[in-house]
Design a protein around this ligand. Structure first.
Ligand code: FAD
Length: 338
């Protein structure tokens, strides 16, 4: 691993200053942290679960690491919902009573992340900002599109865990289990950077490869997420994830459903799929199927069919269509019973 300097930031201001090469205390090597992440000279670290792996594999070689795990670690009520500090541990989110009551889809997703050790070290912000798991991206031997190369090796290679939506040219799937329900709940991210603080709709935060090939989000250099802001949820919500094995792995497909009800009738729905596209994949066609209906098995099946109607599988991942369909149907049925 390349040698690096380490800064322990205790406030947002310190974190932004330490990340920004324009400050007096800046890096002498001086390049701004690139959007791509893998070129960044100065990067934030929370639990380090993902970042240190990327560094050991020489995918990211920063000159400076800025620890932000000491920033806000609280979950507080606000605006009818919850404000979750980005430094909150995934385990603490999973065990938080108000989060469990208000946002069962988010807590289900948090409970499913990795292993107890990973949930105890990994933070909410780090989970949302973790880089893709694509084995070509993670392998230093493959100079893939995301690392400035000229091809996506998954197209002709091993693509059984890759995207069935999104149309490339890079076929990663978005890895964060938590981002999927955050979008289903209509959440926002508060971010701070050299130009101050701003809030970004979670649904607008992630970017497809054709908009941002080297990164995955709209975050600008030296910006960090400080909070996840969740509005009041609908009356019923749930998540369902399908995994190859019960722990130690990411879902093959996931779905989060958030329903605003009028009695037994769905007034409006938000349905988001995970692990099927380079970004969490909201499926408004499926949401329209539910609007104005009482949920039955047949309606849930119709919505699940609509959710995967546009899928374009690769050579080795057609099986994911059925799995994604099952995840959506079961999440809808679980929400209807919640
Ligand atoms: C075996 C295994 C199984 C796993 N299974 C799952 C799973 O099922 N679902 C799932 O979602 N994840 C899974 N993970 C991933 C794990 O949840 C993440 O690695 C972890 O959440 C990262 O959190 P962290 O705080 O350690 O992030 P770090 O490693 O510290 O950071 C990750 C990235 O985000 C950046 N970053 C960190 N915090 C911020 C911030 N606040 N603002 C901006 N950028 C930031 C860092 O620079 C880095 O690039 C698994 C991991 C392992 C090893």
């Amino acid at each position: 691993m390349k040698a690096f300097t380490y800064v322990n930031a205790t406030t947002e201001k310190e974190a932004v200053a330490a990340l920004s090469p324009s400050t007096r205390d800046a890096l002498t090597s001086g390049q701004p942290a690139a959007r791509s992440g893998h070129q960044a000279s100065s990067v934030p670290m929370a639990g380090g679960m993902d970042l240190l792996g990327l560094m050991k594999d020489y995918i990211v070689s920063p000159d400076r690491i800025v620890s932000i795990k000491g920033l806000d670690q609280t979950i507080a009520a606000g605006d009818g919902g919850l404000h979750i500090g980005a430094a909150v541990k995934i385990a603490d989110l999973a065990e938080h009573a108000a989060a469990r009551k208000m946002y069962p889809a988010l807590v289900t997703a948090a409970e499913g992340v990795g292993t107890p050790q990973i949930r105890n070290m990994g933070t909410v912000g780090g989970n949302i900002m973790q880089r893709p798991r694509c084995w070509y991206f993670r392998n230093e031997e493959f100079n893939c599109l995301k690392k400035g190369g000229s091809r996506c090796f998954a197209v002709e290679g091993e693509n059984q865990f890759h995207a069935i939506f999104g149309d490339g040219p890079c076929h990663i799937v978005h890895p964060s289990s938590l981002a999927v329900p955050v979008i289903a709940y209509g959440g926002k991210f508060r971010v701070v950077g050299p130009n101050g603080a701003r809030e970004i709709d979670a649904g607008e935060f992630f970017q497809l490869p054709n908009a941002n090939l080297y990164g995955e989000t709209v975050l600008q250099p030296n910006e960090i997420i400080t909070h996840v802001i969740l509005p009041a949820p609908g009356q019923r919500s749930a998540a369902y994830e399908v995994r190859f094995k019960q722990s130690h792995d990411w879902p093959l497909a996931a779905a989060s459903v958030n329903l605003v009800m009028s009695g037994a009738t769905v007034k409006s729905a938000r349905i988001v799929m995970g692990a099927v596209a380079p970004i969490p994949w909201r499926v408004q066609a499926a949401e329209r199927v539910l609007a104005g209906k009482t949920i039955t098995d047949a309606i849930a099946t119709e919505a699940a069919n609509a959710a995967v109607a546009g899928a374009r599988p690769m050579s080795g991942n057609k099986y994911k269509i059925q799995i994604a369909k099952t995840a959506v149907k079961r999440a809808i049925l679980a929400a209807s019973r919640a």
